[in-house]
Design a protein around this ligand. Structure first.
Ligand code: ZN
Length: 149
């Protein structure tokens, strides 16, 4: 295992063990539920929007290390961002975990780049993107639970 992927794995393990923003937001303006039946991951994402900007974001749920770490890192990445910036970030992240070579500037992803190795495990892509899909649903005000299939 290369030094870089070892570092990335540590980032994922750290966020799985100590997830950031793992809480329900009392003042959430919207929330959504996501479910990945393939793996059993379940998540609820809470978001507090303020004039189109994500002022606060949190999540709760249960699932594998990838889904939990992805949700945790996502919350740290999107806080303070606008809806549009968040959509662009998800797009870049999605390309990273499905076709990594299409991302010309992985450094712009910060810790999200830790998930680059996921593209070698197609079944895990749904784990890595569940939190993002659920966040998008919350931002769109959808109330039906999101399923990855
Ligand atoms: Zn999973």
């Amino acid at each position: 295992m290369s030094e870089l992927s070892e570092l990335y794995q540590q980032v994922i393990l750290d966020h799985n063990k100590t997830p950031r923003n793992y809480r329900r937001l009392a003042d959430a303006t919207s929330s959504a539920e996501g479910y990945n039946p393939l793996c059993g991951d379940q998540i609820t994402v809470y978001v507090t929007l303020d004039d189109g900007m994500i002022r606060d974001v949190g999540f709760q749920g249960s699932g594998c290390a990838i889904s939990k770490a992805s949700a945790s890192i996502m919350t740290t990445a999107v806080k303070g961002k606008t809806r549009e910036e968040t959509a662009r970030l998800f797009d870049t992240f999605h390309r990273l975990v499905t076709a990594g070579d299409a991302v010309t500037d992985p450094d712009s992803l910060g810790r999200l780049a830790a998930f680059a190795g996921v593209r070698e495990f197609p079944a895990r892509v749904k784990c890595a993107t569940l939190a993002w899909r659920t966040l998008r649903a919350a931002l769109e005000g959808r109330t039906d639970p999101i399923k990855t299939e």
